[in-house]
Design a binder for this molecule. Structure first.
Ligand code: NAI
Length: 386
């Protein structure tokens, strides 16, 4: 079977990591399925390459193709400076309603981690991707909009906001919160994972984050006997064969992830908490250079390298392609080519175990062999052939 996959090269180190990733992904499919399955690659323009060729960072042709796509994968995109767009990544997530940002966090033996027992870290974050303060509704201090809004709130709603405040709005809906938590619970059930933890700041933001928590528990009820709450378990209910639904306040969750990572599996959380937690947890297992991720709607999965464009590393053939490659492994699983996903992960893990890594990881490991980005790709293809 030939499956169509759209790809966006990305800016900065994007071209370098892509020139490694594409042949490696093709070699992985050949290894796992011989010629039975392959990818028909279609490049789409976005970012610097799009500006150079079309004058705009997100051309209509790219938007049209993505609106019909079911799978795509991208390198990092820089935030256009002085452009009309706040962030290309945020714009893409909102345009295609990619409501769940999913990031698995697991440790690969050999990678230096700040944890005493990094092998205990095995989590997957489901971050709501379209709402919360990321909706981008904010007004500059003393702007006409901010002054108007502040006057309305002070006069009509009884608030006492200082006139020269900057103002941001945090919209969170029942629909948006519930579909995210539903996706997290479905994932836990499908993969027989032990728990889903709702991470929120509802003790302070009662009607936004607090509502996320309440809606999360309401959704859990849809799953009947397949789930049980932590409170019920504490009162003696059995959790055998069930997903335990827990909740933690966001600040406490950062501490928990460091002290008791074994107690956590799937995490479901609003946008801003999820942004912080994803990077913090990635650091626990070796950093963003090797963290994979996907932004998803019910129709469309858009896999991505989770790091940025690393402008200082660009053009030097030193970037680590593992984040993009591990996202590609997730993509192969999602496309129901699981043998290929596993083969790609195994080849990466094998090179890391041999301490043959790109300079970012080599700098942290004892007695490592530091290889360029392109050499790492060549070695991966050899690894896949062995
Ligand atoms: P960054 O992730 O590009 O860089 C942070 C640090 O990590 C730098 O020291 C960089 O050299 C290093 N690094 C990142 N990826 C690496 C890799 N694959 N191999 C080796 N080292 C790597 O974050 P920064 O500097 O904050 O952002 C640069 C640009 O990227 C900005 O325009 C930002 O908006 C954009 N960005 C895009 C993202 C995306 O497309 N998903 C995510 C984060 C940032």
């Amino acid at each position: 079977m030939e499956r169509k996959v759209y790809w966006i090269e990305g800016d900065g180190i994007g071209p370098e990591i892509w020139s490694v990733a594409k042949p490696v992904i093709d070699a992985t499919l050949r290894k796992a399925y011989h010629d039975e399955h392959s990818i028909e690659w279609h490049e789409l323009l976005a970012g610097d390459k799009a500006v150079a060729q079309t004058g705009v960072p997100l051309p209509d042709a790219t938007i049209e193709a993505l609106s019909l796509a079911d799978v795509a994968i991208k390198g990092p995109l820089g935030t256009p400076v002085g452009g009309g767009m706040r962030s290309l990544n945020v714009a893409i997530r909102q345009k295609f309603d990619l409501y769940a940002c999913i990031r698995p966090i697991v440790w690969f033996r050999g990678v230096i981690s700040p944890m005493r027992k990094p092998e205990n870290v095995d989590m997957i974050i489901f971050r709501e991707n379209t709402e919360d303060v990321y909706a981008g509704i904010e007004f500059k201090a003393e702007s006409a909009e901010a002054v108007k809004l502040i006057n309305f709130m002070n006069n009509e709603l009884g608030t006492t906001i200082t006139e020269n405040c900057a103002i941001g709005i945090k919209p969170m809906t029942e629909f948006g919160s519930k579909r995210l938590v539903r996706a997290a619970i479905e994932h836990a059930i499908k993969h027989t994972l032990p728990s889903v933890t709702l991470v929120h700041k509802g003790n302070i933001m009662k009607f936004t984050e607090g509502a996320f928590l309440a809606w999360g528990y309401e959704v859990a009820q849809e799953f009947g006997d397949a789930v049980v709450t932590e409170k019920e378990v504490k009162k003696g209910a059995s959790s055998v064969g069930k997903v335990i639904i827990k909740d933690r306040i966001a600040d406490a969750m950062f501490q928990e992830a460091l002290l008791h990572p074994k107690d956590y599996s799937v995490i479901a959380t609003p946008n801003l908490n999820g942004d912080y937690l994803s990077d913090a947890l990635a650091a626990q297992v070796g950093g963003l250079g090797i963290a994979p991720g996907v932004n998803m709607s019910d129709r469309f999965a858009f896999f991505e390298a989770t790091h940025g464009t690393a402008p200082l590393a660009a053009g030097k053939d030193i970037a680590n392609p593992c984040s993009l490659l591990l996202s590609a492994a997730m993509m192969l699983d999602y496309m129901e080519f699981p043998k290929a996903g596993t083969a790609l992960r195994d080849a990466i893990i094998s090179l890391i175990n041999k301490k043959t890594v790109t300079p970012d990881l080599a700098a942290e490991m004892e007695n490592a062999t530091s290889v360029s980005c392109s050499e790492f790709g060549r070695l991966l293809i050899k690894e896949l052939a062995s």
